[in-house]
Design a protein around this ligand. Structure first.
Ligand code: AMP
Length: 466
């Protein structure tokens, strides 16, 4: 099997039907996508890309990113998307670690250059266990890990979601998510392709375009920030939402207050689901049935979920067809994060009701999720600790009215806040840059000398609120 063939099996028989509905009123059909992908696959092959080779991409969101993604699958190669916010130094690390055969930064140009190629007649056959994509998730040690997802992992999850969320060819998906992350690239895209439905394709979340799109959409997928932004806009009303059969949220916790406010405004309950790069979607609230604020719902069919540690609440462990096979070139790290009986230790803390419903209470480590993006404190601390005047830094997430959490640096030492933020911005993707830097004479520590970040989070909880 090749994941491409599974997805293409869902394309509409009439390939003239639209796949991408663009903001300028133009549409690109399924026929366009299929042809462009097959030609781009031929170009990749002619440039020496072999099955198993990595094809890296860092670019703004365009339909051609999807062309390159599907072409990579067709060629039997491994797609490596990189966050468009990564700096040159950050990208260098990924390229050195993944050793891609090709690195594409201009997908429209690359696809145009493939127009003269004869389309690849058939996707290269792949085993279910062959790699389809490498998704980097930053590590708390500062070293990013590449989660290895296979054709079988992605096909299984796509089929399960398509079923669970009741997609049909009559749907229209509002797609405003980035496509370098599993949420936009796999969760949203695969549901649309498998049902052969069109996507309202927005380069990013912008109020006016999203509001306009909602008048035609039947499904919206977003991070919680999308929903808080919609609610902050008085033009978002019950009527605006009336044609949408389901609003889906994930990638970060949806605040119960957002859930309640959304229901009060629209009469609809947001469907929250839980996932991660290492397993795509793990649990979901039901399409038909109770969607409960603060709960991420039930494990998808085929997913075994249990709570480690012997208490009611503990670290969630999972096993199932979508769970990745390990971290790229990190066999020891991989071994540490799987139990002897093959369950992946997610690092998320939660509990499960007797009927199977799952509740997530936090993260085992100190991961910060700002606007749906993961920020690993250690990575920011390593940058700050190099700056003049800094003895030691402790980076934490505190409540932020727009992003859920915002990054704050507590610095032992002294310096100039504005200059420090500017320097951090030079070295780090914008979403990782501290919004505030606070200088202190002492960091709270436990008996082992470890900084107690929970105390810092309490102390600075109000720092970024209005
Ligand atoms: P990523 O690998 O970037 O997709 O990040 C995955 C992490 O996001 C998970 O391990 C969770 O900590 C968090 N996450 C995703 N969805 C939810 C959710 N619905 N509620 C709480 N946390 C979530």
């Amino acid at each position: 099997m090749n994941l491409y063939d599974r997805l293409a099996g869902g394309f509409p028989a009439d390939r003239a039907k639209p796949c991408f509905l663009l903001s300028d009123g133009q549409a690109l059909s399924y026929g366009w996508l299929e042809d462009a992908a097959a030609r781009t696959a031929a170009r990749l092959t002619s440039e020496g890309v072999q099955p198993g080779d990595r094809v890296a991409l860092q670019a703004e969101k365009t339909p051609e990113v999807i062309v390159v993604y599907l072409a990579t699958l067709m060629a039997g190669a491994v797609f490596l998307p990189l966050n468009s916010a990564y700096t040159g130094a950050e990208v260098e690390y990924f390229l050195a670690d993944a050793e891609p055969r090709v690195f594409i930064t201009d997908p429209p140009g690359y696809a145009r250059g493939a127009e003269g190629f004869a389309p690849l007649s058939q996707a290269v056959p792949r085993a279910a266990s062959d790699l389809a994509s490498l998704i980097y998730t930053s590590g708390t040690t500062g070293r990013s890990k590449g989660a290895m997802l296979s054709h079988g992992n992605l096909a299984a999850n796509a089929a399960a979601l398509h079923e669970a969320w009741g997609f049909t060819p009559d749907d229209v998906l509002l797609h405003a998510l980035p496509v370098f992350h599993v949420h936009g690239l796999f969760v949203a895209l695969h549901c649309a392709l498998l049902s052969g439905c069109p996507m309202i394709w927005l380069p990013k979340f912008a109020d006016a375009e999203v509001l306009a799109g909602l008048s035609r959409a039947t499904v919206m997928m977003g991070v919680p920030t999308f929903y808080t932004r919609l609610l902050a806009n008085p033009q978002f009303t019950r009527d605006t939402a009336a044609g949408v059969r389901v609003f889906i949220s994930g990638s970060a916790p949806l605040l119960p207050s957002t859930f309640a406010e959304f229901e009060a405004r629209t009469g609809q309950r947001i469907l929250e689901r839980y996932g991660m790069s290492e397993a795509v979607i793990i649990t979901t609230n039901p399409l038909d049935g109770d969607r409960i604020a603060g709960s991420v719902g039930y494990p998808l069919p085929g997913v075994e979920l249990r709570i480690g540690g012997g208490e009611d609440t503990g670290v969630i462990q999972i096993r199932g067809p979508s769970v990745f096979s390990g971290y790229w070139r990190m066999p020891e790290k991989t071994a540490e994060e799987f139990t002897p009986d093959g369950f992946f230790i997610t690092g998320d803390v939660g509990r499960q009701d007797p009927d199977g419903r799952v509740w997530i209470s936090g993260r085992a480590k100190d991961l910060i999720i700002s606007g749906g993006y993961n920020v690993y404190p250690k990575e920011v601390e390593l940058v700050l600790d190099e700056l003049p005047g800094v003895v030691e830094s402790a980076v934490i997430g505190v409540p932020h009215p727009d992003f859920g959490e915002g990054v704050v640096a507590v610095v032992l030492g002294d310096g100039d806040e504005t200059a420090m933020i500017a320097e951090a911005r030079r070295q780090l993707a914008a979403y990782k840059v501290p919004k505030r830097v606070v200088f202190v004479d002492e960091l709270p520590r436990n008996a082992m000398g470890k900084v107690q970040k929970n105390l810092l989070r309490e102390r600075y909880a109000g720092l970024l609120s209005i």
